[in-house]
Ligand binder design. Sequence first.
Ligand SMILES: NC(=O)c1ccc[n+]([C@@H]2O[C@H](COP(=O)([O-])OP(=O)(O)OC[C@H]3O[C@@H](n4cnc5c(N)ncnc54)[C@H](O)[C@@H]3O)[C@@H](O)[C@H]2O)c1
Length: 277
Amino acid sequence: MTKLLEGKVAVVTGGTSGIGRGIVERFVAEGAKVVIADIRDEGAAIARDLGDAAAYTHTDVTDEGSVRDSISFAVKQFGRLDVMVNNAGAQGDPSSILEADADGFDRTVALLARSVLLGHKYSAAQFIEQGSKGSIVSTGSAASLQGGWSTVGYTAAKHAVVGLVRQAAAELGPHGIRSNAIAPGIIMTPIMSRTFGVEDARSEEFIEFLAARLGPSQPSLRVGYPADVAAVAAFLASDLSEYVSGAVIPVDGGATSVTLGTFASDVVAAAGEFSAG
Ligand SMILES: NC(=O)c1ccc[n+]([C@@H]2O[C@H](COP(=O)([O-])OP(=O)(O)OC[C@H]3O[C@@H](n4cnc5c(N)ncnc54)[C@H](O)[C@@H]3O)[C@@H](O)[C@H]2O)c1
């Protein structure tokens, strides 16, 4: 049977770790050639382990020239481009609204939203130049859909990803280019340890602890893993989703579909109190 992404060439930003690494591995398993574009050069060894199907290029998604070069690298390495995955990210500035740091906010938006615009700009130019269709997949977040999941810079930037994807569906659709976002919920990746300052050596232990602690309160009774996100990225990258553009798909086990907190039990408790008079 033909593999889902046979013959396709993809660039995955942030492909060295977590969700991006999961996407790289899934895409290669589905027959794609993949460029890992990351600021962490461990990506070179990851690409080597994947053999001829993968290559690494040092990329800083906050730098326009660097994003442009990652696309040129893919074309030089594998001859064309079919899929762009804008996934690189980090927590960014931790300030609250009352303590907002304007420069920190700008840096967070540059990392999480402007990078997605640049990924669209240079991948779309390549698709048009080669006269082909293309699929752009961007990693948003549950914080693209709701407040309260993170800090204001992260939440605002991830909401901006939704705007970018919808605008891209409108502007780039006539060129045969699709753009969609994935909105992951709680996914067990090193971003967790990086955000909370847990040293690399204890990252796995911390992730296991969080998974056990947070899983039972999720609608799905478990947390998510990079493979959960990678499966949806593979679908959006593939021709199976040929008529899907401008979509934002939550990959959160249902978390953004329910009211956070204890709404239902609050009502039950209040009704009990009322009846007890
Ligand atoms: N893990 C979660 O729960 C979760 C939930 C929702 C959204 N996300 C989003 O998923 C994406 C991936 O996060 P993750 O959880 O896999 O984190 P991660 O820390 O495991 O991986 C992020 C990757 O991005 C790279 N990166 C960071 N800054 C970069 C830059 N300037 N240029 C190039 N590469 C850079 C890092 O080196 C790393 O390889 C991010 O956009 C994040 O906001 C994660």
